[in-house]
Ligand binder design. Sequence first.
Ligand code: SF4
Length: 365
Amino acid sequence: MSYSQPEVRELSSGYKFEHPQSEITIRLDRQGRWLSYRCGASFYRRCMGGDVVCGKGEIPLHRSDKVLLVGKIATTLDQWSQSWKGCKRVKSVLQTASGLDFNYYNHQAALYRAVYPEGVPILPPDRYGDLVVQPVTGCPNRACTFCAFYKDKPYKMLPSDRFAQHLLGVQTLLGGQCLIKDGLFIGSANAMALSQRRLMAYLQQIHSCFDPFKRGIAAFADPDFSAPRNTAQWQELANAGVTRLVIGLETGWGALRGRLGKSADLTRVCRAVHDYKRAGISVGITVLAGASEPGYQQENVQRTAAFIKALGLERKDIVYLSPLESANVDRSLRVQELRLMKKHLSICSDAQIVPYQMQRFRYYC
Ligand code: SF4
């Protein structure tokens, strides 16, 4: 059987091959590893942890389906490589890519687990493409009733020599992909719990490994479990490249927040936002939709909107609106609260209001 040549486009992440006759499109990174595969209406993506997901990525493929898919991709790439008449560099990428079998991708997944023992459980939606480094893992709070990611993960930090190994592992795992990342995210649930001295030392290690990131460095921050910092220290973090900190507010109604497992006193959140902004660090605020009891939606929305209004957020700040996925929350009430929240927040704040489907998060290659 003869195969016509696919069209190729060079991307910052590697190459995109499109073959209209067979309706197959494959994206490869510069090392020839497949990133995504489309065949007709079916679209697959590879995740860093070894999962392969189809469509919106809710359910990963079973092992046997993964084996078949990787085999199919390798066969297609081999056919394209044999019929390739163009640029030698592209032919060589195709040849390399066609030799990467299921065992190779399994080995990559094992390397990921060694580099990220906690995995990468969640990132804010505008930072999904970030390079993630984890000088710390877990969460110092772990009391939130709704938390799906960190309840069983105690807060631990790496000594500097182990962090240096971690950074080397990240570079080995991602290879050339490190160079095209435009942002870096410091995991895990609350990097700001680190003392200033430790955090600055980690930032120095990061800067010695990577060039500056166009979108800077971001992290989750919980002001109720953060180390105390003065104005000069926040400025020091901003000067070291920190551009966004994301706080889990969940609700601006203190009593409800207390019932959810966070502090009912919002003073620290308020002070933290002002500290960050004074240093030039943008703010992200997560808000849950569906957290209030039936009959209290209006009150939750109004109190949350009033609290966020008082924060004086700007266009560069983001409010992430996250539906609370729980068996105890009535779906229609959640949808209703989500709509109300979106409407009120867009009126009372200049910040961007962005949907945040936490359950859909995948750390894609
Ligand atoms: S602070 Fe965040 S990460 Fe920690 S338990 Fe609460 S929701 Fe989970």
